[in-house]
Structure formats: structure tokens, C-alpha cells
Design a protein around this ligand. Structure first.
Ligand SMILES: NC(=O)c1ccc[n+]([C@@H]2O[C@H](COP(=O)([O-])OP(=O)(O)OC[C@H]3O[C@@H](n4cnc5c(N)ncnc54)[C@H](OP(=O)(O)O)[C@@H]3O)[C@@H](O)[C@H]2O)c1
Ligand SMILES: *[C@@H]1O[C@H](CO)[C@@H](O)[C@H](O)[C@H]1NC(C)=O
Length: 314
């Protein structure tokens, strides 16, 4: 008789345990998250990570191949869509798909992650359209996507997670990239204050340096050579014959030291911003961001200029 009771309580205990495990995974089951730029890097890892946790992930990819590879690596719950954030019509059709998908629940999370780095380099080597190419994706793209998703986010009292950078706090290089990230910081601050009334929370991710597509030295160097090659001879002369090679060598050297391969540090911050009861306004991602770049950004300009010069000249 006693053993029958203990047997009963054991199986009851087991069922309760299973119920908890089930509820734990069910927790995010009805929550939809839309992420831009899921072909590679942070966006790709975040999509897979949230899919595993039970979220209903809708992943925007720039290329067919990126979308197919992601779909093959994830559960059938995850949906992929083609999205080019510089193309308003492409955003409109994605919003339409998401609206049908989420129904009355609305959209819980929007992660503005898509971005590009090149053309990046000395300011004088740029033409106006080089700035525009980067600003169009990293800043205007973020604004366009956010504005078009706001009605669905308001419905869910959801979250917006914008990927800025430590380069949105400290301009380490010329070109549109730093400008675009400063813009993302400012846009996110306005958005956070304006949307507080509707219960929408806005978080900014400020990663340090990580090994991904945007920090690829092959990509950046190939583009630097293009910028150099089209400079008028007198401008080249003003820099000197070895400037480009020295620049490329120094940049390769420092990127190699600076870039961390552990991009889960960034996706952890994104996940926290989407799931925590009290998400933070800003997340410095990586040791370099937390303990070097962001503190440096608070110091007077003559100090940061000195430090940045020393780092650039080696
Ligand atoms: N890695 C770092 O050290 C670092 C640091 C701070 C901030 N960030 C930011 O983190 C975000 C993610 O970058 P990542 O480091 O993960 O590099 P990544 O692997 O290059 O990811 C960026 C993604 O955005 C996509 N993309 C580019 N242009 C697009 C467009 N017009 N429309 C839609 N998608 C577009 C890219 O597609 P393709 O690959 O097909 O071009 C790529 O999949 C970016 O906003 C970046 O600026 C990165
Ligand atoms: C994205 O859209 C822009 C403008 O609509 C276009 O110039 C660019 O080639 C597109 N990029 C890709 C990879 O399709």
C-alpha cells in the first residue's frame, strides 16, 4: 500500500515536472519576432537561437540563398522572407505578410539588424554617394522598417531592438558608417520617448568589434583599393606612395586583435532586450565595448583623439 502511494506521488511529481518544462517552452510560443539581415552574422544566430527557445521567428533575408540556408537549419515554425531594407515596396510586402501571420496578437519584437560597412575609410577618399550607400541601409532602412511596423508593434505593446555600434558613440573612421550609427542612436532615443505612452520598449545594442561580414578585412580592403585607385594623382601624392599599404596593414593588424569570434555575446543582449521584464535602454556588447570604447567615449575629445591616433598609427 505504501509503495503504491509513493509510486503515485512519484508519477504525479513527474507530471508536474513535465508540465513546468512544457510551460517554460510554451512561454514564448505565441510571440512573434521579426529580424532584418538574417543571412549571416548576428541576425542569423539570433534567428536560430530564438527559434530554439520557441519564439515564432520571421526572418528577413537579403538573398535567396541566405533564406534557404536558414530555413534548412531551423524548425518549420520559423518563416523566412526576402527583404531589402532600402526598398520601401519590399518592406511593405513584408509587413503585409507579418500582419497576416500575427493576426490580432500584433508583433512582439522587431530587431533592426541589417547593415553594411563599406565604403569605409579616410573621409577625403569618399564621394557623396559612398556616404549615401551606407546611410540608406543602416539609418534610412531602420527608420523605414520601424515606421511601417509601428501599428503592429503597438497592438502587442512590443519591443524594438536597434543594432547601433560603439561606432555610434565614437567616430573611429570616415565614411557613412559612424554617421549612420550615431543616427540610429538618436532615432532610437526619440522613438523610446515617443512610444513609452503606448507601452513599446526600445533598446539599443552597441557591440564592440566582432568577426562577421561587416568587419571582413578582405571586403574592406578591396573597397579601399577601389577608393584609392580613382583618386586624382595630386591627392594620392599628398598622402604619399606607401599610405594605402600602411593603412591596410595597420587595419588588418588591429582588426585581427580587436574582433571577437564569440558573436553570442551580442545575441544574448538582443534576447535579453526581447524577453526581460525590464529590458535595458543600452547594451554594450563585448568586453571591448563595455570597458574600453564606451568609457573612452565619455572622455574629452582631446583624450579620445590622442588614444585613437596612437591606435591608428601603431
Ligand atoms: N560585427 C561587428 O563588429 C559589429 C559591431 C557593431 C555593430 N554591428 C552591426 O551589427 C549588424 C549585423 O551585422 P553583422 O556584424 O552580423 O554582419 P553581417 O554578417 O554582414 O550581417 C549583416 C546582414 O545584413 C544584410 N544586409 C546588407 N544590406 C542589406 C539590405 N539592403 N537589406 C537587408 N539586409 C541587408 C547582409 O546581407 P549580405 O551578407 O547578403 O550583404 C547581412 O546578412 C549590422 O547593423 C552591423 O552594422 C556589427
Ligand atoms: C536593394 O535595393 C536597392 C534600391 O531599391 C538596389 O539598388 C539594390 O541593388 C538592392 N540590393 C539587392 C542586393 O538586391
Amino acid at each position: 500500500h505504501a509503495s503504491a502511494i509513493s509510486c503515485f506521488s512519484q508519477s504525479a511529481l513527474q507530471s508536474v515536472l513535465w508540465l513546468f518544462i512544457y510551460l517554460f517552452f510554451l512561454r514564448w510560443n505565441q510571440k512573434h519576432v521579426f529580424i532584418t539581415g538574417c543571412d549571416s552574422g548576428f541576425g542569423n544566430l539570433l534567428a536560430r537561437q530564438l527559434d530554439q527557445k520557441g519564439f515564432r521567428v520571421i526572418a528577413g533575408c537579403l538573398t535567396e540563398k541566405g533564406a534557404a540556408d536558414l530555413a534548412a537549419a531551423t524548425s518549420p515554425r520559423l518563416k523566412t522572407l526576402l527583404l531589402n531594407v532600402t526598398d520601401s515596396a519590399s518592406i511593405r510586402s513584408v509587413v503585409e505578410f507579418v500582419r497576416r501571420e500575427v493576426g490580432e496578437r500584433g508583433l512582439w519584437g522587431l530587431v533592426n539588424n541589417a547593415g553594411r560597412s563599406v565604403p569605409i575609410g579616410p573621409t577625403e577618399w569618399m564621394q557623396l554617394e559612398d556616404f549615401a550607400k551606407v546611410l540608406d541601409v543602416n539609418l534610412i532602412g531602420v527608420i523605414d522598417v520601424t515606421l511601417q511596423f509601428l501599428p503592429l508593434l503597438k497592438k502587442a505593446k512590443g519591443r524594438v531592438v536597434n543594432v547601433a555600434s560603439i561606432l555610434g558613440r565614437l567616430s573611429l573612421t570616415g565614411g557613412g558608417y559612424c554617421l549612420s550609427k550615431w543616427g540610429v542612436e538618436a532615432f532610437s532615443d526619440s522613438l523610446r520617448r515617443d512610444m513609452q505612452h503606448f507601452g513599446i520598449k526600445v533598446s539599443i545594442i552597441e557591440p564592440g568589434f566582432f568577426k562577421t561580414g561587416v568587419t571582413s578585412v578582405d571586403l574592406i580592403n578591396a573597397d579601399l583599393k577601389r577608393l584609392w585607385a580613382r583618386l586624382p594623382q595630386d591627392v594620392k601624392d599628398s598622402y604619399g606612395a606607401t599610405y594605402l599599404d600602411d593603412y591596410i596593414r595597420m587595419q588588418g593588424f588591429s582588426m585581427n586583435i580587436l574582433c571577437s569570434p564569440d558573436i553570442s555575446k551580442v545575441t544574448w543582449c538582443m534576447e535579453h532586450a526581447l524577453t526581460a521584464q525590464h529590458p535595458r535602454t543600452r547594451y554594450g556588447a563585448g568586453w571591448d565595448a563595455k570597458f574600453f570604447w564606451i568609457p573612452l567615449s565619455y572622455l574629452p575629445s582631446f583624450v579620445s583623439d590622442f588614444v585613437v591616433n596612437v591606435l591608428a598609427k601603431g
